[in-house]
Design a protein around this ligand. Structure first.
Ligand SMILES: [Zn+2]
Length: 648
């Protein structure tokens, strides 16, 4: 089909239906063959073609329109559009303007596209004079549910991104916000836990989309769906509360598959990709948006391939933390363009209960570049469970689902992997890979600070050549001199639950040295740390304390993470304000509201003073308290007034 040119009337109709799309790109889209259209393109075309038809300015023949519909049916047989074509387009009277535009997300299907996107970020950073070390990228699972927007009062469908429909009734039916979150957190998705769907709903419903449709429909929901809502298996998941990982862009580039895989497997919901976005507000503003999508954000999507493969044997490997990883050796199999001959099984309890032994047949799935994983065991076989650490032969013990080597002080595998992890995480030097570390370990070098103390002539006695020895000495000096972020340095010590993202969050509030004196109570005050993590981190820091300071005192060139207070989110209406919350909140816990307010750049105080900007009152707040605040010139507002203010 040849390229189309819209006339004036047609452009007016398009503008009314969807003004997030550029007319020129739409014209080009109509010109493409169906196979070249993404699902989103296809939907846009259907919507526009349908609207033009209805406004008597038909642009494609009925045949072509029908072929679009047929294509959508074949790609997504139960796509909501197929059942909602009429109401979406014709019931204009029932749509309302969304409080905020909901743009769509640009998509990438290859690592090369991601690299090009990062190049654009770097270009923007350069123009703005933003240091490369401050370019962090947040990676979030892309939930595959029903998109909606919650302003605290009303829940809207995404509609065309400008106008949607009021579906607040979903909350009236008892739908909760995920993670005990409050109402009013903006865009998100209505989703259903995969495990719950498989266990309780898959007999009745073909897929989770039918359930999402029922939740937002006007009529009462089926009893089994009501139960899923009541049990919290169906929720509205605001994007801001979804599990995520923030990494430096260099780590995204060097460890892309691994990071994507981790995020991909981090939630129990249907996912159709991961979203990458730059966190720096200045860069975001500079890059801005097209009418269709934000330029500072991109979705990485992949098409999964699977195969049934025979397990040859399962080999135990001791990790840095002492956990024993079961690695299944497979009959070599081609999947998504690569030959796969081994795959890590989640843990030994899985080996045991799912009988992943020699001769077992497993279904292997690989989504694009992501490391393959075992989707399910088709036919089990007697598993082999090791009773000794393959490295130090200590008797293994069970800790929850894992077999663990309890020898924390003298297990070669744990020692070597810890050292390798350190240098790999620093990522500013070369040479200290597994081979070199293994050799050093043979000569009883077990600690990081010991490596830094090795003089050149000693490398020669260890059997390294003169050139290699000089190179290793030079590399160590470089690792001290080249500037690295303090969060990366801390993450290199490999404390459990202290990977880069968490290190950075803590260092936004405390200096690296102060962290070692924090109590569990101090740590949970930092947004994003629950008690369990805080306890593990405090204990982990105690364990590395001595070694940490020996290494720290060697004089690394650390770039200090900017403190949170220095990078206030100036866009939010409460940025820089001092807020006191009082009384019982009805739309979520007070703790969550306080955390959210801090995230929007506000300071949260416990009691009202003359400096307080707002007093937000829940239920059961005494008249005296309110009057006292007003006397001090403090603006008093209810919970719902507050929620509508922050969502505006
Ligand atoms: Zn061991």
């Amino acid at each position: 089909m040849s390229k189309i040119n819209f006339n004036k009337e047609q452009l007016a109709v398009i503008e009314q239906i969807d003004n997030t799309i550029e007319a020129s790109s739409l014209e080009a889209m109509f010109g493409r063959t169906i196979d070249d259209l993404s699902l989103d393109d296809l939907l846009s075309l259907l919507k526009i073609a349908n609207a033009l038809y209805r406004s008597s300015t038909q642009i494609v023949s009925d045949n072509i329109y029908d072929s679009y519909i047929a294509e959508l049916k074949s790609r997504e047989p139960s796509h909501p559009y197929l059942s909602t074509i009429e109401p979406e387009v014709t019931s204009d009277s029932k749509t309302v303007v969304l409080p905020k535009k909901m743009l769509s997300t640009d998509k990438a299907y290859s690592f090369d596209e991601i690299k090009r996107w990062i190049d654009r970020l770097l270009k923007a950073a350069k123009e703005l004079d933003v240091n490369e070390s401050n370019i962090l990228i947040r990676v979030t699972p892309k939930l595959d549910g029903y998109a909606a927007y919650d302003d605290g009062k009303t829940l809207y469908t995404r509609g065309d991104g400008i106008r949607g429909q009021d579906i607040t009734r979903a909350f009236t039916k008892g739908l909760k916000v995920a993670e005990n979150g409050v109402r009013g957190l903006g865009p998100g998705e209505i989703v259903i836990k995969k495990s719950y769907f498989d266990a309780f709903l898959s007999d009745t419903f073909e897929n989770s989309r039918n359930i999402q449709a029922a939740i937002i429909a006007e009529k009462k929901v089926d009893e089994s769906i009501q139960k899923a809502i009541n049990k919290g298996a169906c929720v509205f998941f605001p994007f801001s509360l979804i599990e995520n990982q923030t990494s430096h862009f260099k780590d995204i580039l060097s460890d892309f598959d691994h990071i994507v895989e981790k995020i991909w497997n981090s939630v129990d919901y249907d996912i159709d990709g991961v979203i990458l976005e730059v966190t720096n507000d200045v860069i975001k503003q500079h890059m801005g948006a097209t009418r269709h999508h934000h330029r500072w954000q991109i979705a990485f999507k992949v098409n999964a391939e699977s195969a049934e493969v025979k397990v040859l044997k399962v080999v135990p490997q001791t990790s840095r933390t002492g956990r024993i990883s079961p690695v299944a050796e497979l009959e070599p199999t081609k999947l998504s363009g690569a030959t796969i001959s081994r795959v890590t099984v989640h843990h030994y309890n899985m080996v045991k209960t799912n009988r992943v032994g020699p001769g077992a047949i497993v279904q292997l799935v690989r989504s694009g570049l992501v490391i393959p994983k075992i989707e399910k065991v088709i036919k089990g076989a007697e598993p082999e469970l090791p009773d000794q650490c393959p490295s130090c032969h200590t008797h293994l013990i069970w800790e929850a689902d894992h077999l663990v080597c309890p020898n924390k002080t003298d297990c070669p595998a744990q020692t070597e992997n810890t050292l390798v992890h350190f240098f790999r995480t620093l990522a500013n030097n070369d040479g200290f890979g597994p081979k070199v570390i293994e050799k050093l370990h043979l000569y009883s070098i077990k600690r990081i600070h010991e490596i830094y103390a090795i003089p050149k002539h000693q490398y020669l006695t260890f059997g390294f050549g003169d050139k290699t020895a000089q190179n290793l000495v030079d590399q160590l000096r470089a690792s001290l001199e080249i500037e690295i972020e303090d969060w990366r340095f801390l993450a290199a010590f490999g404390v459990s639950r202290l990977a880069g993202g968490n290190c950075e969050k803590l260092l936004q509030h405390h200096s690296i040295v102060e962290l070692f004196d924090l109590s569990v109570d101090d740590m949970v005050k930092v947004d994003g740390f629950a008690n369990v993590s805080a306890e593990a981190i405090v204990e982990g820091l105690v364990n590395i304390r001595e070694e940490f300071f020996k290494v720290y005192n060697l004089g690394f060139n650390l770039a200090v993470t900017p403190k949170r207070s220095e990078q206030v989110n100036t866009q939010s209406p409460i940025a820089g304000k001092i807020i006191v919350f009082t009384g019982t909140m009805t739309q979520g816990s007070r703790g969550d509201m306080e955390k959210h307010a801090k995230a929007l750049g506000a300071k949260v105080a416990k009691s009202v003073t003359g400096k307080t900007s707002f007093l937000v009152t829940g239920e059961k707040v005494g008249e005296n308290k309110i009057n006292a605040a007003k006397d001090k010139g403090v603006e008093v507002m209810t919970e719902s007034q507050y929620l509508s203010m922050i969502s505006s």
